[in-house]
Ligand binder design. Sequence first.
Ligand SMILES: [Zn+2]
Length: 164
Amino acid sequence: MNGFDDLLAANRQFASTFNLGGFDGVAKAGVGLVTCMDSRIDPLRMLGLFHGDAKMFRNPGGRVTEAALEALVLSVHMLNVDRILVMPHTKCAMASRSEAEMHEILNEKTGQDTTWQPIHVIKDQVAALRQDVMKVRSHPLIPHSVSVGGFLYDVDTGLLEQHA
Ligand SMILES: [Zn+2]
């Protein structure tokens, strides 16, 4: 297997001073987070959190999908989560192009018809965020005692702005 050597070397370095073994898997700070897979997002550090503090679910756009809801239900009932942040971000590729434009790029890159692969682009990020927060708040298995907020992360300033 090629292409992983640097990562495995870094992992051995990491493990050489690793002292977090035996820790359970609950979210110590009670935080559940749904955010984008974007590499500009450093979820723990941006919220002042540390190893073990949060349950995180990431996908393109930071959307509350069926899989995200599954993760949140488990997080609330089995993993100590009592506050949930839904957190898309500015300059997100998923909110920058239409699905047709995304498929055009993929068709070009792959040399094949990619329209069978759904690409869930976002037309209006704030509207989508409010809908996503409602999906969590109104989920029958997520109790009202859980705080749910929708925040847009600005990748240029590092600040969060609450929209829901
Ligand atoms: Zn994104």
